[in-house]
Design a protein around this ligand. Structure first.
Ligand SMILES: [Zn+2]
Ligand SMILES: [Zn+2]
Length: 111
């Protein structure tokens, strides 16, 4: 099993730190550690360090808590329609799958 299976890695070139605590995720499906996210995305316009996408939208960059509290989990999707809940879940899973596949590709290249 790859270590990427349960932890995403920072997509910043040569960083690859395991993401824990908080992660910065982007609309272009990249994820960064707190250090690189807060450094790179504090400037404007923000550019994704992994793929050079311009991230100008309000929700193009989100700092997300990786182990949210029970209170947050209980409330964050409450009130949404079931199809909306599933839509959000599907997108989050697609993000995860993309990241894990990317990790596998990295591992092959670094060997
Ligand atoms: Zn990093
Ligand atoms: Zn990107």
């Amino acid at each position: 099993m790859s270590m990427c299976d349960d932890t995403l890695l920072c997509n910043y070139p040569k960083c690859r730190a395991k993401l824990c605590g908080f992660a910065w995720v982007t609309a272009c499906s990249h994820a960064f550690c707190d250090q690189h996210g807060s450094g790179e995305f504090s400037r404007s316009p923000a550019i994704c360090p992994a793929c050079s996408s311009a991230l100008s939208g309000k929700l193009d960059i989100v700092r997300t808590e990786l182990s949210p509290s029970e209170e947050y989990k209980a409330m964050v999707l409450a009130g949404l329609r079931p199809e909306t809940v599933l839509d959000i879940s599907a997108r989050a899973l697609a993000f995860w799958t993309y990241q894990v596949c990317q990790c596998v590709a990295y591992d092959i290249h670094s060997m």
